[in-house]
Design a protein around this ligand. Structure first.
Ligand code: NAD
Length: 491
């Protein structure tokens, strides 16, 4: 069976999903398909009264279902069934996502959905491994810290990997016994609604996972500032993260987890396996056409091999299979919107005006939709716009260094610290440089995540606060209550 499909034939779920039901909605944002630029749907906007309704529904569902206080294994079982349904429904779920997003159908099925289902199982298995602590106290007393869920968590996700990003939030939040009110990006709303329908079909009580469609200023703002939201979990741009942190504090203090932007360096030493480094760097920047938070967009290479390495990148970068996301053979993604591709063009234009040399790309692909050619710019310094801004497109800059200290200094970005790559055959240098890189994740002799859900992800500096994935994400979805009991025999 081919995975290719007709985008016109996909039935899109319309409306918010509250208390286990689709709710028709007001307010419309017109949507265009990134693959061909066609108008195809509208996204509703949940106003504050709808947000109130969703939060109240989640609170009631928590109270009536006992989700946070049940035998934890019951949560585990329901979440396993949910993961099974995701896999069983993968083609239909992938079609909903491929219509609106930049994710090719084949990547969604083999990657995003398969990995998300496994990751839901990983967190499901954590539900009954969490223990409260009996702690040493003074004689005649007994002390405990009791681990409890927060209640209703507000989660907001971006458009670049809609199902995966939803999974990062939902797995730990639900396994830890919370309810969730989630807002996907207004550009890619539909697959998250289907995830919520599948959760109910799997036996996760209705009302525990609600989806509100809408934009940031109206719906997102109403969620992050809602007094009934006990914790906010956000993935998106640094600018929106800052606004959310402020808003979340304004109406009552609550914790925020922020997974934000990046401008990640790839430091290549002359002794590295250059073939391996070039392949990893090209794969890293071409994934989702550079629309990945961890896109390793700044290549920083030792001067003695710089020209050779630039040649290796120039040879590999154009080897792409662009196409609509609904074509099974597509391997190279469109850019999400006209606005975003125009932004890429503007930054590359400014970079060239400030001295950058185009070694390949730096233009749109001549085809329908919003496709940008893989691009390599050399002759840039750390002040060039292309090495400063998070471009969120398939654009690499290449800078050179002569000493280890200089390479490390160049890798340091004034704002971002999400991820970094490091290529060398010298183990001591690899570990030494790893310690100096100011990034939440360092990949050595590879670039990109594995399928090990135990490894957390998160940023240093303005790239974020807290972690998604790993044990840390589960623990971040619970809080601890201190208990002290007097047990001394009365005098
Ligand atoms: P964005 O910040 O524009 O939007 C993300 C989400 O936040 C959307 O759902 C949007 O509607 C909502 N939003 C925007 N402003 C808001 C506000 N004031 N209050 C509440 N909600 C608001 O980001 P984007 O363009 O959708 O995604 C790209 C960005 O996401 C990039 O910067 C990328 O690096 C980042 N990202 C980070 C990670 C990570 O793990 N660190 C992962 C994926 C994407």
């Amino acid at each position: 069976m081919t995975l290719s499909f007709d985008p016109e034939a996909v039935d899109l779920p319309s409306g918010h999903f509250i208390g286990g039901e689709l709710v028709t909605a007001n307010g419309r944002i017109g949507l265009r398909r990134p693959s061909d630029g066609a108008d195809y749907a509208d996204c509703p906007i949940a106003e504050p009264d709808v947000v109130d309704r969703a939060v109240e529904t989640a609170q009631k569902a928590l109270a009536s279902s006992g989700w946070g206080s049940c035998i934890p294994r019951d949560r585990t079982r329901a979440m396993h069934r949910w993961a099974d349904l995701m896999e069983a429904e993968a083609p239909a779920l992938a079609r909903l996502e491929a219509v609106s997003s930049t994710r090719p159908i084949a990547h969604l099925i083999a990657g995003d959905i398969a990995v998300t289902a496994e990751q839901i199982r990983f967190f499901a298995e954590m539900a009954d491994k969490e223990c409260s602590d009996l702690v040493p106290t003074q004689d005649g007393a007994m002390g405990m810290t009791v681990s409890e869920p927060y209640g209703v968590i507000g989660a907001i996700t971006p458009w670049n990997f809609p199902i995966s990003m939803a999974g990062w939030k939902l797995g730990p939040a639900l396994a830890a016994g919370n309810a969730v009110v989630m807002k996907p990006s207004e550009m890619t709303p539909f697959s998250t609604v289907r995830l919520a329908q599948l959760a109910v079909e799997a036996g996760i009580p209705a009302g525990l996972f609600n989806v509100l469609l809408g934009d940031g200023p109206v719906t997102g703002n109403a969620i992050t500032g809602h007094p009934g939201i006990r914790k906010v979990s956000f993935t998106g741009s640094t600018a929106a993260g800052a606004a959310i942190m402020e808003n979340a504090a304004r109406t009552g203090i609550r914790p925020v987890t922020l997974e934000l932007g990046g401008k990640s360096p790839q430091v290549v030493f002359a002794d590295a396996d250059l073939e391996l480094a070039a392949n990893a760097i090209v794969r890293g920047i071409l994934a989702n056409a550079g629309q990945a938070c961890v896109a390793g967009s700044r290549v920083i290479v030792e001067a003695s091999v710089a020209e050779q390495f630039a040649g290796m990148l120039i040879e590999r970068l154009p080897q792409i299979r662009p196409g609509p996301t609904w074509d099974a053979d597509t391997d190279y993604s469109p850019i999400i919107s006209e606005r975003q591709i125009a932004r890429i063009e503007a930054i590359v234009g400014d970079a060239i005006a400030q001295g950058a040399e185009v070694r390949c790309g730096a233009e749109r692909l001549d085809r329908p939709g919003y496709f940008y050619a893989p691009t390599l710019l050399t002759g840039v310094d750390n002040d060039n716009p292309a090495s400063q801004a998070e471009i969120f497109g398939p654009v690499l800059t290449l800078q050179t260094f002569t000493t280890e200290e200089e390479g490390v200094a160049m890798a340091d970005h004034p704002t971002y610290g999400l991820a970094a790559g490091l290529f060398t055959r010298d183990l001591s240098r690899g570990l030494r440089v790893m310690r100096q890189l100011q990034a939440g994740t360092v990949w050595i002799n590879r670039y990109g995540r594995s399928r090990d859900h135990i490894l957390p992800t998160g940023g240093y500096k303005s790239s974020g606060i807290g972690k998604d994935l790993g044990r840390e994400a589960f623990h971040a979805n619970r809080r601890s209550k201190t208990v002290l009991i007097d047990i001394a025999r009365p005098e």
